[in-house]
Design a protein around this ligand. Structure first.
Ligand code: URA
Length: 216
């Protein structure tokens, strides 16, 4: 089976998944999308309203900004990268009402992340990217814990590069704020854009990694 077939198989499992209660409220599960051979994978938190309705990651307002960052600053088409989330179904505040009828979102719980994250692990093992970009706290917490790094404040570690073995491959992990943060905290827009400029130079090999030891 080639990479695309393997990813499609996981996507089908995700669409049929009933491992947690989010299956009861979702309109669509959101497995992720993009190039099976992507060098770079972007990982968000969980689908929001628009993503739940369309079954695609980052297609709402935050997604529009993410697409601008990828295409405008990194200079690569969105279809060349792979975009997914730690949790594949939309977490909604009311567990008894279909997601499509609810406006609000909530953060995923630790239990939802524990149950859902093996799908992400398998996706990463197949794609084997060179760079993983963590968008926001939940994504950074999950991915960095895999390489033994724990943090208390995302603001202190964002814009940095970590290195470790994930999905059986040595990979660089880059951390930035969630693109939705720019929508409700406009000054963060520039911070995220600057982080993406740094990311571009990292992709071009102009920057070196910052190792975990540099932090201590
Ligand atoms: N926020 C996320 O974390 N992921 C999406 O897919 C959309 C919004």
């Amino acid at each position: 089976m080639n990479k695309e077939d393997m990813l499609n198989k996981i996507a089908e499992e995700i669409r049929n998944c009933t491992k947690c209660h989010l299956a009861k409220t979702r309109t669509n599960a959101v497995p992720g999308e993009g190039n099976p051979n992507a060098r770079i994978v972007f990982i968000g938190e969980a689908p929001g309203r628009e993503e739940d309705l369309q079954g695609r990651p980052f297609v709402g307002a935050a997604g529009k900004f993410l697409t601008q960052l990828i295409e405008g600053i990194l200079g690569i088409p969105r279809s060349e990268v792979f975009i997914t989330n730690v949790v594949k179904c939309r977490p909604v505040p009311n567990p008894n009402v279909p997601a499509r009828l609810q406006r609000g979102n909530r953060e995923p719980t630790e239990e939802e992340i524990r149950i859902c994250s093996p799908y992400l692990d398998r996706q990463l093992e197949i794609i084997q990217p060179d760079i993983i970009v963590c968008l926001g706290r939940h994504s950074a917490k999950y991915i960095l814990s895999k390489i033994g790094f724990h943090f208390s404040s995302l603001s202190k570690i964002r814009g940095n590069v970590f290195e470790g073995v994930i999905g059986k491959k040595k990979v660089k992990v880059f951390v930035t704020f969630h693109p939705a943060a720019a929508l409700y905290k406009p000054p963060w827009r520039k911070i995220i854009e600057d982080d993406f400029r740094y990311l571009k130079s990292l992709m071009e090999g102009k920057r070196t990694k910052i190792t975990l030891e540099d932090f201590f």
